[in-house]
Ligand binder design. Sequence first.
Ligand SMILES: [Zn+2]
Length: 508
Amino acid sequence: MELDWRVCSRARLSRDPRFDGKFYIGVVGSMVYCRPICPAPTAKEKNCRYFATAAAASEAGFRPCLRCRPECSPGTPAWLGTSNTVSRALRLIGESGLEDGGVESLAERLGVGSRHLRRLFLRHLGATPMAVAQTRRLHFAKKLIDETRLPMGQIAMASGFGCVRRFNAAIRKVYKRTPTQIRRLVRQKGTPSENQYRFRLNFRPLYHWEGALSYLAARATPGVEAVDNGCYRRTISLHGGDGYLEVSLDAEHDALVARIEFGDPQLLFFIVERVRAMFDLNADWATIVRTLKPDPSLAPAMEADPGLRVPGSWNGFELTIRAILGQQVTVKGATALAGRLAARFGMSFAGPPGLTHLFPTPEVLADANLAGIGLTGARAETIRTLARAVASGKIDFEGVVDTETFLQHLCEVPGIGKWTAQYVAMRALREPDAFPSSDLGLLRALKLKSYRELESRAEAWRPWRAYAAMYLWRMGARLSAEQGRLPKKSEKRNFGGLISRDQDSLAV
Ligand SMILES: [Zn+2]
């Protein structure tokens, strides 16, 4: 990625939070690298070097600043259109690090040569895949030192160093301090109980928290998810362990606060990355606005509600089941169905108010008798077929590299069509350009007559069509609320032949 030093310089001098995580400043002399928002006195321009990533700054010999804490900056935005391979690689490194097999196996999964991947990384991120993975690991270790009370031995393991000796050596080399000395620098508040962790996860403003929350609230599966008092809460289950998490807004710090209760600290990295994806914290609002706002049909909504994100999901399987339940019923109806499914087939869970169950596993749903929940026979069969495919490993929502192929496999399940696939791509695979163009709600929001018209209109919104969809749904919901009703049957009939069979036709 070519950094424009004039833009970087302006952002640095004004400490513009919209650029946080988009570049780093290395200060020659102190050899420290900072975020654009660093509160430390600004260095002279001639002493500043600009880097696209923390890893690049680190490779050039700079150390992370202890004041602005580069490990807390929002993630690298996805450079769609510039290099899909790099953004996919970053997603894979985020999901599982580079632990198994290193760069070679990463390149193989992406279908490119490892030398080519290295070149792509150097060109777009200014650092090798190995350096990017190592920086992430180090940053996460630093976050665990600062924000938790985990013993250092456990931090070494949880951040992927394998042993305390390597962890100590890496921290000392970079920070010129021992892990214990670093921990002494931060004053931790309160005494969290055992297995409880609290992380502050930064985003680049603007962030429309109310928008994210109300979207999730309408779709929250009773017993598994709950939204109240500005807080999203849900049960989680991972590698045989279970727990819950709670996410709320810390507007003052441009951050969300995630409170996690989970037994195995080894999985914290994965959980935190998943929360970051769920709440779309890597999105670069400034770039999205530039593409979408020129469209006069989107501009007023974007002006009224800036910073809307695409809410992701905790678990791709769960989201797909939820999408199937939502086919051709209201959001409210689908939520009730999901609640009945969870109460009947999910493991019970003793959690905070509102959380009573874990979402049912693929293994349980594979042979579940879904009669009595209120589903049609065909839809029950779709759920069982999907559950069997996931249980057998034929469909795997983790580490998806080739979205198109994945969606093709998904559509082989009878009852899953284009709408569901695009919805899954949007929310489970985090494809910013996914777009359920056969959605009646989208059509209604734009007062268009045909899906073809909608598709051609949406061309101008690439590569951010998923964000456009979020705005259109919000516009549709507002329209319905103003009219105080959902579309009548007669109106639905007007769209008769247009509704695809698997569509969540009232997903407004
Ligand atoms: Zn700094």
